[in-house]
Design a protein around this ligand. Sequence first.
Ligand SMILES: [Zn+2]
Length: 285
Amino acid sequence: MELPIYTYAVIFLFGLCFGSFFNVAIYRWPHEDPKEREWIRTPSHCPKCGARIKWYDNIPLFSYLILRGRCRSCQQPIHWRYPLIELGTALLWLLTAWLTTTYGLSNVPVTAITIWHVLFMIAFASLYLLTFVIDLNTSLIPDQITITHFVLAWAFMWVCHGATISPGWQSSLIGMFVLSAFFLLFYFFRGMGLGDVFLAIGFGAIFGWKLVIVTGFAGIMLGGIVAIIIIAVLMARGKYKMGLPIPFGPFLAIGAYVCLFFGAALLDWYLGFFPKLSTALAGWL
Ligand SMILES: [Zn+2]
């Protein structure tokens, strides 16, 4: 399946708009009362002077450029994070649509890709982006993300039946417990949040039990490398304290995104070193 070039322009514009909505989610989800869905009703306002933002000053990215990064009423600078998230979302959507339609997914050849695959991958990519930013900011992964992720994971299994990343629902069912049980152990030893555990249940459904291990492994490797670098830099400056919390969600999010496309290739590459294990695993789900 190849997308006509104009669809990329549409995807980019939709990405900007959703990025604008994600800014609101990033700001409000971590500390909202679940009873009040106020982020739907409350209109946007400047966090510094409280002035309501007019619709023409709320156009993603463009308003920031036209206003030169300042609020129209109080002239205080608007945080660079807002346009960055908008542009980042749009670019992530472009990359995701392009990878899905030109490379295919793990275990899904490009010839089997439908528009549904593109839509689901964009949705998963967006949830991973939100996980990345919110966990980095607050060390939390809100339920809004983990529940949506889980529901979409099974919706994907159902809608794209026969052409999914997981080889089938049995593999997904087992996968739901593999990585999450492992993370749960870490949760009890205070190394990991419950949000990571819930996210891992959704990963299992999307990836099946084999690739969910690859996803967890990719996240742990990436997190470990970055943690070592951060600790080394802090130690060199004499600022390192024991027990420094480093959120794991951002690395898990990157690992999962990579595995959507390259998980199967990574697994094959790794199993290439262990031919006996590879033959033994080949007969399994
Ligand atoms: Zn203002």
